[in-house]
Design a protein around this ligand. Structure first.
Ligand code: PGA
Length: 245
């Protein structure tokens, strides 16, 4: 299976011109990476301004779960799809920190899948020293994926993003990542059965850069990387993607 590399630009860059420049830089620096599926999640506002590319899939960093109506400031999964998005990051820890609940995340996952988007669900513990950290991840997965139908679960991606590793320069030990990826896969098996569990990619995210990317990609069961800060540097992101070659 091709490795997945997601660029999560978060609330960057400052304007459309800068977004186009970053996107064309990423296009140039990832050229020739045939074994990689490259996904870019810009802010909503820039989605329609970026060129359609056959090689780079565009997505969004959030959606709302209702289809239409009086929801000031929200954007539906169908709107995102119509604007060119083919995936949505859902349940990112930065959104959870702003008050997004597992119940809302669950609705968003189902709305995204129903609209034909691939849903990238982010889960992860806040603190590694908490001895219940595996249980935290399990509880998130169970709540966020409740009543998700098998027929749409083929479009699910799970990103393990320990909160303590996001934007901190700290990263998970490869051995611990292997354990967590295996643990997540076991939960997918429980929820969706063997055939699907083997197809749902499990990604790692948290302070990934070109120097440490190979350490994570070497871990069995890791299907790719979700990259925040380093995805704002086209050359660095290109090097991460090419560490796969
Ligand atoms: P980071 O962010 O790479 O800047 O740590 C990852 C993420 O939040 O998806």
């Amino acid at each position: 299976m091709k490795r997945i590399f997601i660029a999560n630009w978060k609330m960057n860059p400052a304007n459309i011109a800068a977004a186009r420049k970053l996107f064309s830089g990423i296009t140039a620096h990832t050229a020739g990476a045939k074994n990689a599926r490259i996904l870019v999640a810009p802010p909503f506002l820039f989605l329609s301004a970026l060129p359609k590319s056959r090689r780079i899939v565009l997505g969004v960093q959030n959606i709302f779960y209702e289809k239409a109506g009086a929801y000031t400031g929200e954007i539906s999964a169908d709107m995102a799809f119509a604007a060119g998005a083919r995936f949505a990051i859902i349940g990112h820890s930065e959104r959870r920190a702003l008050g997004e609940t597992d119940a809302a995340i669950n609705l968003k996952i189902k709305a995204a899948l129903a609209s034909g988007l691939q849903a990238v669900l982010c889960v992860g513990e806040r603190d590694r020293t908490d001895e219940n950290f595996q249980h935290t991840v399990r509880a998130q997965l169970m709540a966020d994926l409740e009543t998700v139908q098998k027929k749409s679960a083929g479009r699910l991606v799970v990103a393990y993003e320990p909160v303590w590793a996001i934007g901190t320069g700290k990263t998970v030990e490869p051995r611990d990542l292997f354990e967590m990826a295996t643990y997540i896969r076991r939960i997918m098996l429980e929820l969706f059965g063997k055939a699907l569990a083997l197809r749902i990619p499990v990604l790692y995210g948290g302070s990934v850069n070109a120097a440490n990317a190979p350490d994570f990609l070497r871990v069995a069961g890791v299907g790719g990387l979700l990259v925040g800060g380093a995805s704002l540097d086209a050359q660095e992101f290109g090097a991460i993607v090419k560490s796969e070659l």
